[in-house]
Design a protein around this ligand. Structure first.
Ligand SMILES: Cc1cc2nc3c(=O)[nH]c(=O)nc-3n(C[C@H](O)[C@H](O)[C@H](O)COP(=O)(O)OP(=O)(O)OC[C@H]3O[C@@H](n4cnc5c(N)ncnc54)[C@H](O)[C@@H]3O)c2cc1C
Length: 308
């Protein structure tokens, strides 16, 4: 038999966006359930960077502190997956794994994005260790070392140019799949970046601190590299896909200035709403959405018209 509880807000996802949203909702005296299924998007990374006061903190430690700081408030934290979210009168019916149902006045989605890692041998082994997507997060530690970019689009060829700000020892790997104009070739040459257009057979993992040894190309040539950057495609998690929310042309959930999605009463914050992704950016968006959501709930409770 299903069991039912009632909350003001269910926050789905306990990464930086969800934690910061839950913190502000708790401080706004709301009864909150934070559901987190884990693992976090940056689970593969040993350290998180670029977040003032938390630079170099392991992602799991960040989450531990985040949860600990929710304790004084009426915020219940559960390691559970949200299966489904359905409209139920003025609020929502949130179905959890294990036949549990929670009634909520509002829902805040902070589910992040799923990185769809390609099947290229070695890719998964080095992802988050020597293969990254953001130089602000992981560039400083490997500055001036042997860098490469897996340029699966023209924009990523330009990304290679941009990355020469961290290391001039740069190889742009296109695997022959991306057209590179004569002008672009000149630009790459001027920046000291080498263009490598042969097909990639695999990434050769290393050991210990050297998680990557080389990029192995068609014909067996190995290009020694210490670190690679790439932008694998991303998709929404299933519970968000099922909601049928309006998405932008890149597949991110559209939100208005208040963080509200195309379904009134469902808010979203963090990676699932933007390609501009970083822990501090997600945390800040979580705070904004929580503040706006709480504003609406308080006005509603005060009997004000047009609360939302
Ligand atoms: C390898 C790697 C390294 C990175 N390093 C850095 C760094 O150094 N610095 C930095 O600022 N950023 C870094 N990032 C980016 C950063 O991790 C994200 O921008 C940030 O985590 C986004 O926060 P979020 O709260 O939006 O989503 P997430 O942190 O992805 O959290 C979403 C959470 O929702 C949960 N979830 C999903 N679906 C459900 C469901 N149905 N029910 C319940 N829970 C669910 C997930 O399991 C996850 O725990 C890195 C990313 C990667 C991939």
């Amino acid at each position: 038999m299903e069991s039912k509880t009632t909350k003001d807000v269910v926050v789905v996802g306990g990464g930086p966006a969800g934690l910061n949203a839950a913190l502000n909702l708790g401080r706004g005296r709301k009864k909150v359930l934070l559901c987190d299924a884990g693992p976090p998007r940056n689970a593969a990374a040993v350290e998180m960077h670029g977040f003032a006061t938390r630079d170099g903190t392991p992602p799991q430690e960040f989450r531990r502190i985040g949860r600990e700081q929710l304790r004084p408030y009426d915020v219940e934290v559960r390691d559970v997956r949200v299966r489904n979210i359905l409209r139920d009168g003025p609020g929502f019916r949130v179905e959890l794994e294990g036949d549990e149902v929670v009634e909520a006045r509002r829902v805040l989605l902070a589910t992040g994005m799923v990185d769809v890692l390609p099947d290229l041998p070695g890719y998964r082994e080095v992802w988050g260790k020597a293969l990254f997507q953001c130089p602000y997060c992981h560039g400083w530690e490997v500055r001036d070392r042997a860098w490469g970019v897996l340029a699966t689009s023209e924009a990523l060829v330009d990304f290679g140019l941009f990355l020469t700000g961290w290391s001039r020892d740069m190889v742009v790997f296109t695997a022959g799949a991306v057209p590179v104009s004569a002008d672009k070739r000149i630009q790459l040459e001027r920046a000291g970046a080498r263009l490598e257009e042969r097909r990639i057979l695999r990434l050769v993992p290393g050991s210990g601190e050297h998680a990557l040894e080389a990029v192995e190309l068609e014909g067996g040539t190995r290009v020694r590299r210490d670190v690679l950057f790439a932008r694998p495609p991303q998709r929404q998690v299933p519970v968000v896909e099922r909601l049928g929310l309006a998405l932008d042309e890149q597949g991110y959930v559209r939100v208005n200035a208040q963080g509200e999605t195309s379904i009134p009463g469902i808010y979203a914050a963090g990676d699932l709403t933007t390609p501009l992704q970083g822990a501090v950016i997600a945390a800040s968006a979580g705070a904004v959405a929580a503040g706006m959501l709480n504003h609406g709930l308080n006005l509603e409770a005060a009997g004000a018209a047009h609360a939302r």
